[in-house]
Design a binder for this molecule. Structure first.
Ligand code: COA
Length: 149
């Protein structure tokens, strides 16, 4: 198989994210402004998070081991949240995100989580369709509040 083919071959199964994946994952998030990645989500913070959430933070890698798709999620008690989902531009529209999201939801179920929420910009058509196709629907009558610490 040629080097290009090896690079382009993507694993069909997602895997729990490891600390070794973090630089690739941050690279993907930085390159996709729609993810609203914040610089404080750095190696140290993500590494700490993975210590208790590597089952719900998942990646898919290409034939060279480079991460080409990632989901970062967290859980508190019986609820969970997906904070980032990203697929490398050259691998989009191949259902990698669908598979990653399905595997992440299965991992949440394994933990006993029964409700998952996330935030998406209304004008991010690809993401709105992805979440809709994955069974998410808008929350009626609620606003999202946030503050930085
Ligand atoms: C959103 C994103 C993760 C989707 O990844 P992907 O692997 O291309 O998505 P999939 O191939 O699994 O597509 C799943 C469904 O989403 C929809 N979809 C995905 N990309 C789309 C696009 N560009 N336009 C319209 N619909 C799209 C489709 O309904 C698709 O199902 P279908 O192909 O059966 O019609 C990817 O476009 C991305 O990384 N975007 C930048 C980061 C981002 O927006 N993240 C989400 C923030 S909430």
């Amino acid at each position: 198989m040629s080097a290009t083919a090896v690079r382009e071959t993507v694993e069909t199964a997602s895997r729990p994210m490891t600390t070794g994946d973090i630089p690739d994952v941050i690279g993907l998030l930085r390159a996709a402004p729609q993810t609203a990645y914040c610089e404080w989500e750095d190696d140290r913070l993500l590494g700490q998070h993975l210590a208790q959430a590597s089952d719900i933070c998942r990646v898919m890698r290409d034939g060279t081991g480079r991460v080409v798709a990632a989901v970062i999620a967290g859980s508190f008690g019986v609820r969970g949240t997906i904070s980032h989902a990203v697929v490398a531009p050259e691998h989009r529209r191949s259902h990698l995100a669908r598979k990653l999201v399905a595997d992440t939801l299965a991992a949440f179920r394994e933990r006993g989580v029964r409700r998952v929420f996330l935030f998406v910009h209304d004008d991010n058509e690809a993401a709105v369709r992805l979440w809709s196709a994955s069974g998410f629907s808008p929350t009626a009558g609620e606003s999202t509040l946030e503050r930085d610490l």
